[in-house]
Write a protein that binds this ligand. Structure first.
Ligand code: ZN
Length: 645
């Protein structure tokens, strides 16, 4: 009797535990292969783990994790592989808090070798602790490169012993926020003066960070910007700019040998500290205007037989590449380094889109994809009215997740040049560390899965299921993540579309469609598709003129409502129309004016705003003319649909 009770009790516990045993289907990034087997593995304190290093047959970051009733076995070729097996196990066991797990074998390896996270420490300095904390999260999701944007106009962030003014002056500014600084005089301040805001990493700080990174199989890639985004350097060392005057230049003078001496000295110190294979040399957004009127730059172009300033930039990048190569390292540059001819060994980080990256691959260069449309986490991740101030745009988790870096136009014999993907967070509007965390997580996890998991294993619905507990975990560890469970999402009408009388009807453009934001072309205003939170979603048609259209309803209809919604976003120069005139006609010849709607939104409003310019009527017509007058502020008009009911 007693024996039977004990047996049933044991059996009962077993059954309950079977129900509770953790399933491996919560792992992010989703593994290449999961083979379930019978039984569970339970343990008291820590799971028993046996690691075997395989001499052959496994790739660098590959691992095999077997959970058996007796314990956990890990096979890998390298410590990185074993480390990733442990990350997977930590996720399944919730860091050892779940004491019973389902038996299975997981065979896993990354799709791409490069899975990066970019941190802009120039616009707002980030603490060493912050960087370490982000590396913990990166490691958990098998990201392996941290790109540190160490230098930019807003502040130089790395101690360089040969050039102390980089950190005694160029690392500090009078204003805390980038926005106040940018909208002001853009001055720098002496370290230690009252109210000086900023900071920098000492070389000792970097050593500490590098050790921390190494333990997590993360490589830190330093970026030193050149030739542009260098206002802070040229304020501290004005002799390196074309004008020779502080606060005048943003680019190094390429005609001046001193510029090269500076950059080589800086890069030598950088390479002495950072062991990374790659050194990022920037190369983006150079205006190149000063070069056109600089005697030294013009002389350089003559001496080197350079036809234009693009080639002058290319000369500089090539020369710096030779220097970096001579130290056994390689350069990465933003896709502008393609202009004027690509340096022979350079790896391209494609940000303005993917075209530059694809062009570089076709030229036989390695590429990291980080197109703004999918990978720029500085865009707002939810409905703008509920989010903190950002640079604008709308990039929710789903839009990040659906990015497929290996586009069909990439020839198969070039695809091996695609090293991977990177999440970028530019921090102009991201002042605090906690705001930065909020912008990274969960969107960086989506990029982690795109970088690691096989394309056919990815699934948005399943990812959203798995990412919720992952975020919960991060929050228990003190991360300020975005609250995905309470995501508002896209504009409601943009999600559903709209049925109305003009849907599918022909639109006559009295002023032609313009090239910049054509959306769906001539069907845009009557396709029933309502625009979302951003004008770059291909649903809003943009004009630098009036919008003046006539819709043909094909026969005379009863009409009660005519209206269209415009957007205003002051930053990039998008404004409401000054007014909208609405006219109707039965024959398309004689039009009757039935309403004028005036704008009442102030052009000074900072936030994203929408306004419907509409009229309620009781009439009959076949033709509707909708004429929006461009704002006196000039700028763009954006309209998504003209709704008729
Ligand atoms: Zn010059």
């Amino acid at each position: 009797m007693i024996i039977r009770s004990i047996a049933s009790l044991v059996l009962g516990i077993f059954c309950i535990q079977t129900l509770c045993a953790q399933n491996p289907d919560i792992v992010i990034p989703i593994p290449a292969e999961v083979i379930m087997s019978k039984g569970n593995y339970s343990y008291n304190k820590d799971p028993e783990i046996k690691v075997t290093y395989m001499r052959t047959g496994m790739r660098e970051e590959e691992y095999e994790l077997s959970i058996t009733p007796k314990g956990v076995k890990i096979k890998a070729a390298t410590p990185a592989g074993a480390f990733y097996a442990m990350q997977t196990l930590n996720q399944i066991t919730c860091d050892g808090t779940v004491k019973e797990i389902r038996c299975c074998t997981i065979k896993d390896s990354p799709r791409f070798p490069y899975r990066g996270l970019h941190v802009d420490v120039s616009r707002h300095f980030r603490s060493v602790e912050f960087l370490k904390k982000q590396m913990d999260a990166m490691a958990r999701f098998k990201m392996n490169r941290m790109h540190l944007h160490l230098t930019d106009a807003a502040g130089w962030r790395l101690e360089i012993k040969a050039y102390p003014k980089l950190t005694s002056i160029a690392a500090w500014r009078p204003q805390k926020t980038w926005k106040e600084w940018w909208n002001g005089q853009r001055l720098y301040a002496e370290e230690g003066t009252e109210g000086a805001y900023g900071g920098y990493y000492t070389q000792e700080d970097i050593k500490e960070l590098l050790e921390y990174a190494q333990d997590r199989h993360i490589e830190i890639i330093p970026e030193i910007e050149m030739p542009s985004h260098s206002e802070e350097v040229l304020a501290a060392y004005p002799e390196l700019g074309c004008s020779g005057t502080a606060y005048k230049d943003s680019e190094f003078c390429v005609g001046n040998e001193e510029s090269f001496r500076f950059l080589e000295t800086v890069l030598t110190e950088v390479m002495d500290i950072f062991p990374s294979k790659y050194i990022h040399i920037g190369g983006d957004e150079a205006g190149k205007e000063h070069w056109k009127n600089c005697v030294k730059c013009q002389q350089r172009m003559k001496d080197e037989g350079l036809g234009n300033v693009d080639e002058l930039q290319s000369y500089m990048i090539r020369r710096m590449e030779r220097f970096v190569n001579s130290k056994g390292r390689r350069i990465i540059g933003w896709d502008e380094i393609l202009d004027g001819g690509l340096a022979p060994d350079a790896t391209v980080m494609s940000w303005r889109g993917t075209e530059g990256g694809i062009e570089a691959m076709n030229l036989g260069h390695d590429v990291i994809m980080s197109p703004g449309r999918y990978c720029y986490l500085d865009h707002t991740q939810d409905a703008p009215f509920k989010e903190p101030e950002s640079i604008g745009g709308y990039l929710p988790l789903d839009s990040v997740y659906v990015y497929e870096p290996l586009e069909s136009s990439i020839p198969s014999d070039k695809s091996h040049h695609l090293l991977g993907v990177q999440a970028n967070l530019w921090s102009e509007y991201v002042v605090s560390d906690s705001h930065a965390e909020y912008m990274y997580w969960p969107r960086a996890i989506a990029i982690a899965e795109t970088g690691w998991s096989q394309k056919e294993r990815k699934n948005l619905v399943d990812f959203r299921r798995r990412v919720l507990p992952a975020l919960e975990h991060l929050r228990t560890k003190g991360y300020q993540t975005f609250d995905l469970a309470n995501e508002y999402g896209e504009r409601k009408l943009a999600q559903t579309g709209l049925e109305h009388l003009a849907k599918g009807k022909k639109v006559i453009y009295n002023k032609p469609i313009q090239q910049w934001y054509p959306a769906a072309g001539e069907t845009t205003f009557t396709d029933g598709i309502i625009g979302g939170w951003t004008y770059s979603d291909n649903r809003w048609q943009g004009f630098l003129s009036d919008i003046d259209i006539t819709i043909d309803l094909e026969d005379i209809q009863s009409i009660n409502y005519i209206g269209g919604t415009f957007m205003q976003l002051k930053g990039p120069g998008v404004f409401m129309p000054e007014k909208v005139d609405i006219l109707i006609s039965e024959d398309g010849e004689e039009f009757e004016h039935i309403g004028t709607i005036w704008n009442d939104i102030p052009t000074t409003a900072e936030e994203l705003l929408f306004k419907s310019f509409d009229t309620i009527c009781k009439t009959k017509a076949r033709y509707i003319r909708y004429h929006a007058y461009r704002s006196t502020m000039r700028g763009f008009l954006f309209l998504d649909e003209v709704v008729v009911n």
